[in-house]
Write a protein that binds this ligand. Sequence first.
Ligand SMILES: Nc1ncnc2[nH]cnc12
Ligand SMILES: [Zn+2]
Length: 357
Amino acid sequence: MCQSPLHDFIHGLPKCEHHVHLEGCLTPELIFHLTERNGIQLPSEAENPAYASVAALETRYEHFTSLDDFLAFYFEGMAVLRTEQDFTDLAWSYFQKAHADGVHHAEVFFDPQVHQSRGVSYATIVNGFSAGCKRAETELGLSTRLIMCFVRHLPVASAQQVYEEFLSHEHFGAGVVHGLGWSSSEVGPPKDMFRDIYASAATKGIPLTAHAGEEGDPTYISTALELGATRIDHGIRLIEDPQLLKRVAAEGTLLTVCPLSNVRLRCVSSVEQVPIRKFLASGVKFSINSDDPAYFGGYILDNYCAVQEAHQLTAMEWRIIAENSVQESWIPDVRKAELLDKIEGHVKQHLMVVGEA
Ligand SMILES: Nc1ncnc2[nH]cnc12
Ligand SMILES: [Zn+2]
């Protein structure tokens, strides 16, 4: 909870989340619970003292030194996910939290290659997550979208293989998986490693996004756009290239910004350094998201509050952010209209409360 007089307004503001990794919602508590349920060994305390207890793991998460330092824990932690039920439980735990934070629509990432590399089938992963999405739609009234991410630290051949599985299951046509993204280590692997996959997906009309401009310079963003991404995950380093910034603003490309993640992974020194005001002033559309809430100390509302404490936005600036988040969601126009109405109602109610209606 933030100290801002706008806290209640921000809490109740209808939100869309576009950047959350379901595996990044795996809390230390759930990791330990699933090790017991599935009879799995975590690294021993001698191998890595961080795994001594839930509390020790939580403390270690406060000291990530970089994206890759975090990713080592992220990939190790997700090894506890084995059965369809594990994936469903994880997704359901996230959706309940998101709902309580005022999320009405959530587009959620998952990383199948990493699970497949330890023998979990594509069907187990997708069926499990998809059941969690269905439950959120039915019981919480959320709309959801699954986005499959290719990971940059594994060979392209492994991405190609899961892409072919995704096509053979006809998961895009059936609305089970709605879009594709890429994530994991940014600096190091070739910027355009998924060129052929993205070219193929673009011809099929599959929505494409990409993690870029998180640790990497703006050329990672321009490469992602060149390959067909119509949305950029993070993208905070866009401010280093004024020409590209103008282009992103003119084309209405959404950046899915994750302030608490940027601080924990040392991409910026504080939320004040996240270029929220520069993006607003230059007409760059962005949404505010949690990325890996179990690792970065906060879900979406915590990110909204951190932005408010650092940047002191007005209710009307929050309205712009909320409306852009709806407009750039991968949902039909009728759902957009429904969510825009909810935002309008919420703003009107706020103006009455503060006597400005
Ligand atoms: N912040 C992040 N950047 C890149 N890949 C990720 N996978 C999970 N979180 C990520
Ligand atoms: Zn991410």
